[in-house]
Design a protein around this ligand. Structure first.
Ligand SMILES: Cc1cc2nc3c(=O)[nH]c(=O)nc-3n(C[C@H](O)[C@H](O)[C@H](O)COP(=O)(O)OP(=O)(O)OC[C@H]3O[C@@H](n4cnc5c(N)ncnc54)[C@H](O)[C@@H]3O)c2cc1C
Length: 259
């Protein structure tokens, strides 16, 4: 069972963020880390490969400046190798042009299953994985809360507002997983050391056989016209319990119509 996991490397959400000078896009020039959302996909892939009794987990990422820090974290968890697409021509990529690049990279990996997160933590259009599936002509199942391989099919419990649907697709297929599908493992010291020597193939746009006019700002269909400050959160209400605390909580929840 060969599984590809799409792994986005993002600016550390705990660090202050800024926009790239003269643009409305996030400054991604500093160190990038593994998006937490993708740790679930990596763990799911490792477990499925283990259950299948063989095969490899390959990571695919598109990131600027040849960044591999986030990939090394996922390799330390147990993935076998990685493909990184990094090229100045990718600057200004929107979700569709990102999907074109990732799809071209995934084609090289001969995957039975492609896993991605439902949405990333920094951009979160939530559209990239299904666009990859469309480009590759694969069936896709989104919002997986559990994934199992049954013969030549993948069976997914797909989270819905009301509960979940049981959905099956023939392999090869693409599945997006939600946080909570599995508990990601922490990389062990041995894993971290091993990750340093695992292969990371770095490719340019030309290596993928794509034309520079199809990717980056040239191939993008979206542009960010303005960016606004997020609304400041209002201070919460502090309730001091003077014997009526429980009742006040009940009243508060009733007013919100949640009970
Ligand atoms: C108008 C516009 C301009 C942009 N300009 C730039 C830019 O100049 N430089 C830049 O670096 N980025 C830029 N981006 C962001 C970048 O192209 C994003 O990777 C892409 O838009 C998809 O991100 P998302 O967060 O919406 O993915 P989502 O669809 O929310 O992601 C879902 C999942 O898809 C997978 N995935 C998504 N992106 C990647 C990736 N890059 N590598 C591997 N897996 C991935 C992950 O599993 C992720 O969790 C821009 C985006 C837009 C919309």
């Amino acid at each position: 069972m060969n599984i590809v996991v799409c792994v986005k490397q993002i600016p550390d959400p705990a660090a202050p963020q800024s926009l790239e000078a003269g643009t409305n896009t996030l400054d991604r020039s500093g160190k990038l880390i593994l998006d937490d959302s993708d740790a679930y996909g990596v763990e799911m892939a490792l477990q499925l490969a283990e259950q299948a009794g063989g095969g490899e987990v390959t990571l695919v990422s598109m990131a600027p400046n040849g960044e591999t820090a986030g990939l090394r974290t996922a390799l330390a968890m147990g993935a076998a190798k990685a493909i990184l697409v990094s090229d100045d021509a990718l600057k200004g990529s929107d979700a569709l042009s990102t999907a074109k690049v990732l799809a071209a990279a995934i084609k090289r990996a001969n995957a039975d299953l492609v896993i991605a997160a439902t949405e990333s933590s920094d951009g979160y259009t939530g559209t990239t994985p299904v666009q990859i599936a469309e480009i590759l002509g694969l069936p896709s199942i989104t919002f997986a809360k559990s994934v199992a391989i049954e013969g030549t099919s993948v069976k997914v419990d797909r989270q819905t507002e009301a509960g979940y649907d049981e959905v099956t697709a023939p392999l090869p297929a693409l599945v997006t997983v939600t946080a909570g599908v599995v508990e990601p493992r922490y990389p062990s010291f041995k894993g971290i050391m091993a990750a340093k020597s695992k292969p990371v193939e770095t490719l340019s746009v030309a290596d993928l056989g794509l034309d520079a006019s199809q990717v980056g700002a040239l191939g993008g269909r979206q542009s960010i016209t303005s960016v606004d400050e997020a609304e400041a959160r209002n201070a919460g209400e502090v309730v001091v319990d003077e014997g009526d605390g429980a009742q006040r909580i009940v009243t508060f929840l009733e007013n919100l119509k949640v009970i």
